[in-house]
Design a protein around this ligand. Structure first.
Ligand code: UN1
Length: 515
């Protein structure tokens, strides 16, 4: 067994951080203490042993952070974007230097296998590189005016404070999508991490501290508030938060959206997925198997992009089923720090009970459990056996997202349109994919009548998107787009400017208005 607990101890002392962490918020480099009454124990899903105790912020300390953020915004927006980009470039390097340490904290706290935790920190580094380049590319359009001696253009200004509510499953990457891109745009951010993964957030802040000091970044550009749902709810109701970016369940997202809409604020939502891979009769099955298993088993099925449904053509159904069951029989859940582990633990006991309930419900609805299910008796954490269930798309258990390694095997017959109908026949619309060597099937899948998801892949799985594309989905996934492409526009307000450099006062639409 790897000596992960002593490695983690070394990381805590390297960053001069106590396991009992008394601070509830951080404005840049200044940490504010909480009160012991708010203490909460954080248990590692790896071994069900506490990591330490954290203190939760109250509403008053949240508002103190907001006022620091407000004054920081006044200064930060005046710094030229490429100079802000330079700070972000250095922040990226700080994450590069501390990649292994932060990854180990993620694995201990979120239970991800070390390879995936390293991948998550890499995602932060990539976002920093992307954002540094972006800082010189926050382009607006110039538009031809219908009036002579007039110039029209669009420019983009920062919004102000971006509130970030992030989930346990990507405890730092999703923060970086919002905070880092938001920062090059000239915004400041307040991060409320998941209560299940506060240490990842604490260490992320510790990692950037030196760079913030070195560059005299105003206190309050990057802020952290460790708190429960009351902080998230205060944020969504707070008119001082220009944009609330929330990642989590559809139920949570609906509350946030309604609160933010009631004050006509902006929200950016990345909510539940119910992602499917279609295997047509023309699929390369060797390629598909790897993607299906990574998509369904990776992060213990707890990615928004995890593969929940496999829609298989009847001609290859039996072969796919046999091959997958064989592979699943060999997958044993194990400690995420051990090399070779591909299935780590679920985040907590509640997740285990949801995993069990979902399987039971599926069986009651007519589903057939082919392999897996149940809790490992050999290991002390929340280790379950990844399951495959033969089911029908109309089953409630299939329709509702469960964050767990359960793969529903669904059969289709006839043409590709039948598979697409099943694929689209859920409330969520995040990620989707098809495996086919037939270009017509591939094109139909990504045509406007094809997949209705925000992400549609051909011959690769549903999870593991690159940062360069816009990330997000439709329907109950919430409609938001984060990360790459032009998602930066969500963090800025558009201003249309018309400048008259002539001596006449012509009106648009040819209106005469003589006085
Ligand atoms: C999430 O699960 O909220 O595409 C984000 C992926 C990752 C991000 C997932 N790059 O699977």
């Amino acid at each position: 067994m790897s000596d992960y607990r002593s490695e983690i101890k070394n990381i805590f002392s390297k960053f001069n951080t106590q396991e009992e962490f008394e601070y509830t918020s951080c404005t840049g480099t200044n940490w504010a203490k909480g009160i012991p009454a708010s203490r909460r124990e954080i248990i590692s899903p790896v071994d069900n042993v506490p990591i330490g105790k954290i203190y939760l912020a109250d509403i008053k300390s949240y508002h103190q952070v907001v006022s620091k953020a407000e004054s920081a915004f006044k200064q930060w927006q005046l710094i030229p974007a490429p100079k802000r980009g330079e700070v972000i470039r250095q922040i990226g390097n700080a994450f590069r230097e501390n990649k292994e340490d932060l990854a180990k904290i993620i694995s201990l706290e979120a239970g991800k296998i070390l390879q995936e935790s390293l991948g998550e920190v890499q995602e932060v580094i990539d976002i920093c590189d992307f954002a540094a380049g972006l800082s010189r590319q926050l382009y607006g359009l110039t538009i031809q005016s219908e009036r002579s001696s007039h110039r029209m253009m669009e420019q983009w200004h920062p919004l102000g404070i971006v509130g970030i509510i992030s989930a346990f499953n990507f405890p730092v990457a999703v923060w970086s999508w919002n905070a880092i891109i938001g920062a090059v745009c000239g915004n400041v951010s307040i991060w409320k991490p998941s209560e299940k993964t506060p240490y990842t957030a604490i260490f992320a802040h510790k990692i950037i501290e030196k760079t913030l000091k070195l560059n005299n970044v105003p206190e309050g550009v990057f802020n952290l508030v460790i708190g429960d749902y009351t902080i998230g709810s205060e944020m969504s109701n707070d008119p001082k938060i220009a944009l609330v970016s929330a990642t989590g369940s559809t139920a949570m997202g609906k509350k946030v959206a309604q609160n933010v809409a009631a004050r006509l604020g902006k929200s950016l939502l990345e909510l539940s997925g119910n992602n499917a891979i279609i295997l047509t009769e023309h699929a390369n099955l060797d390629m598909a198997m790897r993607s299906v298993v990574f998509g369904a088993v990776g992060t213990c099925g707890q990615r928004c992009t995890s593969t929940r449904r496999l829609i298989v053509h009847e001609d290859i159904y039996d072969e796919v089923k046999t091959r997958l069951v064989e592979v699943y029989k060999r997958i044993k859940p194990n400690n995420p720090f051990l090399e070779g582990t591909i299935l780590g633990p679920l985040i907590d006991k509640e997740a285990v009970s949801m995993f069990n309930t979902n399987i039971l419900q599926s069986i009651q609805e007519g589903g057939r459990l082919l392999v897996g299910g149940g809790l490992s008796k050999e290991l002390p954490g929340n280790y379950v056996y990844a399951a495959i269930i033969e089911a029908h798309n109309s089953h409630e258990s299939v329709q509702n997202e469960t964050f767990a390694p359960i793969l529903y095997l669904l059969r289709y017959d006839g043409g590709i349109e039948n598979a697409i109908e099943i694929q689209n026949g859920v409330k969520q619309g995040l990620s989707s994919s098809i495996f086919t060597e037939n270009f017509k099937q591939a094109e139909l899948f990504i045509a406007s009548t094809g997949s209705d998801c925000g992400i549609a892949n051909v011959n690769l799985g549903t999870s593991g998107a690159e940062i360069g594309g816009a990330f997000g989905g439709e329907k109950e996934t919430g409609g938001g787009r984060e990360s790459g492409s032009d998602a930066w526009k969500n963090y800025m307000r558009r201003q249309t400017c018309t400048i008259n450099y002539g001596n006449e006062m012509p009106l648009a639409q040819g209106i005469t208005f003589e006085m």
